[in-house]
Ligand binder design. Structure first.
Ligand SMILES: [Zn+2]
Length: 234
């Protein structure tokens, strides 16, 4: 089943890459995946990972990347804020999701609520705190990422970076929605700390809340993956 899931994900990723990345090729030096559309008017492109200057030649419709040079001045501070800051949302969000899932299961199975021993309200509060930290923590991550793009990549267009900026905005929006749902009291009962799955409205609120968290999890994991390729290469 995991194999099937992996195949579905990889097929969807391939289709998306073809659509959004367009014609792609690999950097001849570090093998990082590059999009031909990111080249400038002179068909030149600087690899964001290894910094070589590549000229894209088209031979019978095939892309032939020719390495000309290595970018001479490349700001490369040893400890960059962005890759460090990114661990705040990526590190904390899964725990917020875990807390929400435990509370959902406890609310679903009557006996399980007792296992928490009346500590469900504490767990619900802890989940909210983690959620707020994971979403608010994405703000310095986005800001330092934009700073890096400005300084290190000189605002050159890279498919990976525009994708990450768009994805961060989606994550912030979806994360804010999850916080609003949690804090509104529509999902969790203040008295028991459990989801009110017995009533149709409570069930709807619980399902929407979990769905929103799942979307945010997929988005933040994808952002982390794409960001990782910019740090570690392909
Ligand atoms: Zn390269």
């Amino acid at each position: 089943m995991i194999e099937d899931l992996r195949r579905i994900v990889s097929r969807a990723t391939d289709r998306f890459t073809r659509r959004y990345w367009g014609l792609t090729f690999r950097c001849p030096v570090c093998h990082f995946l590059l999009a031909a559309v990111d080249a400038d008017g002179n068909a030149l492109l600087v690899c964001p990972v290894c910094g070589v200057v590549i000229e894209i030649e088209s031979v019978y419709g095939h892309i032939v990347p020719v390495v000309h040079d290595v970018e001479v001045f490349r700001p490369q501070p040893k400890a960059r804020v962005h890759p460090l800051a990114t661990h705040l949302p990526i590190g904390l969000f899964p725990f917020a999701l875990f807390g929400a899932v435990v509370l959902f299961v406890a609310s679903l199975v009557g006996g399980w609520g007792a296992v928490l021993g009346g500590r469900a309200p504490v767990l619900a509060d802890a989940t909210l705190v983690l959620l707020v930290l994971a979403v608010v923590g994405a703000l310095p991550t986005l800001a330092s990422g934009l700073w890096d793009w400005n300084r290190r990549y000189r605002r050159r267009p890279y498919r990976q970076i525009t994708f990450k900026i768009a994805g961060s905005i989606v994550y912030l929006a979806v994360g804010a929605l999850a916080i609003a749902l949690h804090a509104s009291g529509a999902v969790f009962s203040g008295a028991t700390g459990l989801m009110q799955l017995g009533s149709p409205l409570g069930l709807l609120a619980g399902v929407v809340y979990l769905g929103v968290l799942a979307v945010a999890m997929v988005v933040v994991a994808t952002l982390g993956h794409v960001g990782g390729t910019l740090v570690f290469g392909r």
